[in-house]
Write a protein that binds this ligand. Structure first.
Ligand code: NAD
Length: 421
């Protein structure tokens, strides 16, 4: 990975940019440039071929001034400590911007789940929890799903942690299945939150979302719900979507069921009928109203930022746009809504799940969505108001910088109140 695309360097650069604009105290800045704690673990797993394979994993607690760590666990072949560090920093800003009482954390295991069966994945998941159990807990650090981890994996992990404690500890992990006290609405929470941001952004830009053309990168949890919800909530037309093999395009709009079937039966959306195959790069440059990156980091960089044709870029993935691309997009008038606002629905409903687990009292889906909408819409309005306040001072800042200013200020004030600097 080049230094320029190192996600942790990018996270630090984004913080530095906001720190300069907001004139952040230099001691607070120094504390916030690095994670508070990093744990590296090695887990042996007996594989189905009789061999034992040792997997490497991490759990990073970035900052806990405002509450226990919070952040997902990623299973990915290219996982690295710097990716986990960056994601833990972004979780800190995300929880702060949403104003939920958490710090930020993240975990990851270097593994390729596509080549593993369920027995091996379960053994690895339980091994990871045994390795990090002293560093997590409902008041310490609360994991959740992320790329290539699922509610089932969360259930195994909660079960392993509960066994170690000797009692049920449902609140140790969120994103669980409903059977073991997950929350209504958690499955589609990330995309639903993203749709609330899109609704507000389109209103502001006077874009009619009915029949608006949308391209989505990624066909996982975030991407598939973004597809179906954009159609359901606004009547928008999803004209392109992709997975790691590549994308598909149909200017008349894609049929979700056909894509899902192709993905399930043949492995890729590219195997669906009546679609034109396109590459992931081409998808990003399509002439659409809304572009939704919902896969991985570093997709819009200085190499392609001047070719993005969308009016709104809705960052549902974490870290899809690099800092040098930020400036190009702003100059070109693309409204780029930052990841830690757009995808904060996931952690917000995770917070609801944790609250319900601790209280032992469960809410209906409608209540979850109403509370989520209120939090996300407030965050969106805060970002726009902060941007305007700087514009009034003749400083043009990107929505991302505005979001950073709000989030960093809250964490810095909590650290100050606690006497950390
Ligand atoms: P997922 O594992 O369910 O899906 C990931 C998708 O990305 C898959 O369709 C995969 O094929 C695709 N993909 C992988 N590499 C790709 C590539 N090089 N080009 C195009 N597509 C590629 O993961 P998810 O939970 O949907 O997460 C997607 C993004 O959203 C990540 O950045 C994640 O951190 C972020 N996110 C997810 C949640 C959540 O609750 N699921 C919450 C916040 C942020």
């Amino acid at each position: 990975m080049s230094e320029e695309l190192n996600p942790f360097k990018i996270a630090q650069e984004q913080l530095d940019k906001a720190a300069e604009v907001m004139k952040l105290d230099k001691h607070a800045h120094e504390i916030l440039r690095e994670p508070m704690q990093e744990v590296a673990v090695h887990m042996p797993v007996k594989m189905r071929d009789g061999n034992t394979k040792v997997f490497n994993g991490f759990r990073v607690l970035y900052n806990n001034a405002r509450g226990p760590g919070k952040g997902g666990i990623r299973f990915h072949p290219q996982e690295s400590i710097d990716t986990v560090r960056a994601l833990s920093a972004w979780m800190t800003w995300k929880c702060s911007l949403a104003n939920v009482p958490y710090g930020g954390a993240k975990g990851g295991i270097i593994c390729d789940t596509k080549s593993m069966n369920d027995v091996e994945i379960e053994a690895l998941s339980r091994g990871y929890i045994r390795a990090i159990n002293k560093f997590i807990g409902p008041q310490i650090d609360v994991p959740a799903p992320d790329v290539y981890t699922t509610p089932q994996i969360m259930a195994w992990m909660m079960d392993e942690f509960s066994k170690i404690q000797g009692h049920n500890e449902f609140g140790v992990i969120t994103g669980k299945p409903l059977e073991v006290w997950g929350s209504e609405g958690r499955g589609d929470a990330t995309a639903t939150g993203g749709m609330y941001v899109l609704r507000e952004a389109a209103k502001m830009q006077k874009i009619d979302l009915k029949n608006a053309k949308i391209a989505v990168q990624g066909f996982g949890n975030a991407g598939t719900f973004a597809f179906t919800l954009a159609k359901e909530m606004f009547g928008s037309k999803v004209v392109a979507i992709s997975d790691s093999n590549g994308g598909v395009y149909n200017p008349k709009g894609l049929d979700f069921e056909k894509l899902r079937e192709a993905k399930e039966k043949k492995g890729s959306v590219q195997d669906a009928k009546d679609v034109e195959k396109i590459s992931n790069e081409e998808l990003l440059e399509l002439d659409v109203d809304v572009l939704i990156p919902a896969a991985i980091e570093n997709q819009v960089t200085k190499r392609n930022a001047d070719k993005i044709n969308a009016k709104i870029l809705l960052e549902l993935a974490n870290g899809p746009v690099t800092p040098d691309a930020d400036d190009i997009l702003m100059e070109r008038g693309v409204l780029d809504m930052p990841d830690f606002l757009v995808n904060s629905g996931g952690v917000t409903v995770s917070y609801f799940e944790w609250v319900q687990n601790i209280a032992g009292y469960y809410w209906e889906a409608q209540e979850v969505y109403a509370k989520l909408d209120k939090i996300i819409t407030k965050s969106f309005n805060d970002v726009i108001a902060t941007r305007k306040a700087y514009a009034d001072k003749k400083m043009k800042i990107a929505p991302r910088t505005a979001a950073y200013i709000i989030a960093v200020d809250r964490v810095a004030k909590a650290m100050k109140a606690r006497g950390w600097y």
